[in-house]
Design a protein around this ligand. Sequence first.
Ligand code: GUN
Ligand code: ZN
Length: 433
Amino acid sequence: MSQTILRGRVLTFVSEPQAIDDVASYRYYEDGGVVILDGKIIAVEPWSAIAPLGADYIDHRPHLILPGFIDMHLHYVQSQMIASYAGSLLEWLNTYTFVEEQKFSQQGHAGSVASAFYDELIRNGTTTAVAYCSSHPRSVDAYFAEAEQRNMLMLGGKVMMDRNAPDALCDTAQSSYDDTKELIARWHGRGRGLYAISPRFAITSTPGQLEAAQALVAEHPEAYVQTHLSENDAEISYSMELYPDAPDYTGIYENYGLLGPKTLLGHCIHLNHRETGVLAETGSVAVFCPTSNLFLGSGLFDRERLVKHGVRIGLATDIGGGTSYSMLRTMDEGYKILQLRGQRLNPFASFYMATLGNARSLSLDGTIGAVAPGNAADLVVLNAAATPAMALRMATVNSLAEELFLLQTMGDDRSVAEVYVAGARAKSTLGGL
Ligand code: GUN
Ligand code: ZN
């Protein structure tokens, strides 16, 4: 039995904040204690209730202890091609992405990239992420092996793609089915790993491959599904040319039975009325990827409209179309996109999205996403005065809302003071790591 006690300012959400003054949506302990036993949180209390135990503790005051961040969509195999100069999505994919991902056929490459990728996640306070691997099964093995070694709850899968990409990257409908099946058997539920069946998007999958994906989804209801939807105008037009019988882009995935409460759809920027209705009815998740949408000039996510239609929403970096591993940077860019839409996202709502909101969108609330008994002790400790400029601003901050807004507006990996994964310290600026 291993017990750890943390002391600090603890913030965790219990529901989605509807406004900046929605104090019922979160629990905040100005001086709180978190008791961790064997990787799980067993108690969260005001420090006055913990102090009488007289046990040793780690003091994180004046920093904030929150649930570790959750990143709902990124490509670990694109870690070495972030910041590639392109006009828009399809040019970027053809010029850089499909070239970079071919490297994962080489022995040893996936392991070294996976290791550096996880280091970046941890440096940025992300303790769970949902990643696309390349089309090579060995890239999936490296991804989950690294997660297992670090005891992290990670989701991901082999990209299925059998057309409109270089031959060296393409699989076939049959091989993608066989490989995915084998990978689910090997990795889903091993350690904290969870598998996501991952047809890349309609453009790179033949109807035969989407049928294979449909069979996989039917045979493996335990697995997640991830793909891209409605990111860019040219992508949408081409998808409709390739699937002329579908009513719209969402209809392609709908026709192959790929939608549902475990389906994560990256981007969802240009959806029509029917499409938002279908996403809401099926419980599919629209994943907002702000830094990527700005970088690739894809468009402005319409959060309010999706929420109004009852669509579940996630928040993600989308590395390497996205430009930062940091969920703080992601919240900031998300805020700016919504400003351009005339939609204000209050700081409680953005921290909710990156923690409990994303956990709920993965149907993993109760396991991750909250500093609450029964949850894994996957935690981030944030310092809102981490840089001279932040410290200068922090001197005039006089509310929790202002502090969170400062963190999301000026913060990055430097604001991540400590990270715990299943109760073990994975990043520390207090020394020792
Ligand atoms: N659509 C299909 N593949 C990709 C990808 O790798 N990145 C982004 N942003 N969109 C995609
Ligand atoms: Zn993506």
